[in-house]
Write a protein that binds this ligand. Sequence first.
Ligand code: ZN
Length: 178
Amino acid sequence: MTLRTIVTLPEPILRRKAKPVTKFDKNLQTLIDDMIETMRDAPGVGLAAPQVNVPEQLIVVEYSEEDEDEGIEGAEKITPAPKKLFVMINPEIVKASDEMVMGVEGCLSIPGLVGEVERHQALQLKGLNRHGKPMKLKVDGWLARIFQHEIDHVNGVLFTDRAKRVWKPEPDEEEDRV
Ligand code: ZN
């Protein structure tokens, strides 16, 4: 596996709609493994292929639900749930909740900036797994947010397009980057 370079603004690929994946060959498997390694190394909780300069509709997400409780004051330190890894090809949002939630996001492709973004609280997704087999997924909460951020990436949309406001984070202000 190889670490890939994460491209940042103003790299034009971040603004282009990516192409659907049609070939599930060895090169694709290498790309997926490289993206997982690159996401973990960054570190980030999600990565889309255009962020490593590949104009294809492919995302990886790795997240532990327990991460959400970390900043809560007085919360007991519980053993974190194992992280769940998702690989989704040609992802599509089938259904999105009417309920919207606000949260603060950062992006590996936009260093030094975070923003407050409204996202659907829950989603139903469909796509293909790494071997080209159809897959369906129901996600909510922070995981749903990560998927919306990554699916935006394959459509050339960035969180700054949707943010109500953006700012430079304080050194101690850490957000999950995706
Ligand atoms: Zn991003």
